[in-house]
Design a protein around this ligand. Structure first.
Ligand SMILES: Cc1ncc(COP(=O)(O)O)c(C=O)c1O
Length: 406
């Protein structure tokens, strides 16, 4: 059954709502195993919060650090989430500022808007592998966006950034670095970007780190396994998603600054708080999900273990693809394994995302090894029967799936 089949035609007698909800749950649960390319963890659930989530209106409107007129909000939890994650990225617990946004896009829009307000004449820089939200943010603040080429690993090329910064050396810069690109989960060199700016005398600058997918799991790695990308490395803001690694099950993100930006908004008497966020009314449930995810049942140690297990699944998936002779690529410590898109028919409706040439298996916590195994069995059987073949790569493309780039 597909999702649309759950909604019965108007002429049918309406089923009881509990039946409809149970059907919806059954369809979604059965289809979950096919979504290999969705970078959202689903292993943490929140039964303790069921009553609050399903029966309370919670609106965190305005600045999280100002309670405002209403009491039906969760700003205390939101502040604690901001402080916990702010510390993880090298901030001081009492100084960090930020908020729980609707998603990483909103976080990047906030950071680019802050930069454009504080630094008139701003130019935005991001790599060609950056998420499309960066172009949206630049467009919204009417700032030019300079696309910096990425290298074969998917990382921003610092030699190319240098050339562009020199070209616009009279103008302030907002460089959006990505830690965990959407396509290959590559990480830009934040400290290298900051060092380059220092070297070129680009002092009127912001370095926003879009760490939507990989920010939390990589910050939990031992220092020698992941170059730092937080505030100590030169970031002036960081955004991480809640529904990706932290398994909040509904879209959200946490935007973090080492301290409150100077351009913070003015008080609004109607809400009793300053208007410092992009959104007006804000979700009061997602800070609870984030807080539960971050603090319960082992806290950050639990998240470290989840990340390690996800990487083991990624390593195993890559190895098994190689063994069946299907072109694949994996860059530890990523959760993402890219593979040549199968052209043809597979036994089940696997979702590999990506583009025409490259698909993805993103080994997020919650993706079961057995489901990946089922896909690999289908792929192997179809390849042997030649009902699928690897999609040919475009001529001249050297960045396809070649191997493990460690
Ligand atoms: C690197 C990166 N940045 C930003 C986003 C956008 O996040 P959202 O859809 O929550 O706004 C994504 C989403 O996939 C992403 O992978």
């Amino acid at each position: 059954m597909t999702l649309s089949e759950v909604t019965l035609p108007a002429s049918d007698p309406a089923p009881p709502l509990t039946t409809r909800a149970a059907q919806l749950q059954a369809v979604l649960a059965a289809d979950r195993r096919h979504h290999l390319a969705f970078p959202g963890a689903t292993d943490l659930t929140y039964p303790d919060l069921a009553a609050v989530l399903s029966s309370q209106l919670l609106n965190n409107v305005g600045d999280p650090f100002e309670p405002g007129h209403g009491r039906n909000h969760t700003k205390d939890y939101e502040i604690d989430v901001v402080r916990r994650l702010g510390v993880l990225f090298g901030g001081h617990r009492e100084q960090v500022w930020g908020y729980v946004a609707s998603g990483a896009t909103e976080g990047t829009v906030h950071a680019v808007d802050e930069a454009a307000t504080a630094l008139p004449g701003l130019v935005v820089y991001a790599s060609t592998a950056a998420h499309y939200s960066v172009a949206k943010a630049a467009r919204l603040v009417r700032a030019p966006l300079v696309a910096v080429p990425a290298d074969a690993h998917g990382r921003m090329r610092l030699d190319a950034l240098r050339m562009q910064l020199m070209r616009f050396r009279d103008r302030p810069a907002a460089i959006v670095a990505t830690v965990g690109t959407t396509e290959t989960e590559a990480a830009d060199d934040v400290a290298g970007i900051a060092g380059l700016c220092d070297h070129l005398g680009v002092t009127r600058r912001r370095i926003h780190v879009d760490a939507a997918l990989a920010g939390v799991p990589r910050a939990l790695l031992p220092a020698h396994q992941q170059p730092p990308f937080g505030f100590a490395a030169g970031a002036t803001s960081v955004v991480v998603s809640g529904h990706k690694f932290l398994s909040t099950l509904m879209p959200c993100a946490v935007l973090l600054y080492p301290r409150r930006p100077v351009t913070a908004g003015t008080p609004v008497s109607y809400i009793g708080a300053a208007d410092t966020t992009i959104a007006g009314s804000r979700n009061g449930h997602t800070p609870l999900l984030l807080w539960w995810s971050l603090t319960t049942a082992g806290g950050l140690d639990k998240h470290r273990a989840r990340a390690d297990a996800a990487r083991r699944l990624a390593a195993d998936t890559y190895e098994r693809l190689r063994r069946i002779g299907w072109r694949a690529r994996w860059q530890p410590p990523a959760f993402t394994v890219t593979l040549t898109q199968p052209a043809g028919r597979l036994a089940r409706p696997w979702v590999l995302g990506g583009d025409q040439h490259t698909g993805r298996i993103i080994c997020m916590p919650g993706l079961e090894a057995a489901w990946v195994g089922e896909f690999l069995d289908d792929l192997r059987a179809a390849a042997l029967a030649r009902t699928v073949v690897p999609m040919p790569r475009p001529a001249g493309n050297t960045s396809g799936e070649q191997g493990c780039l460690s």
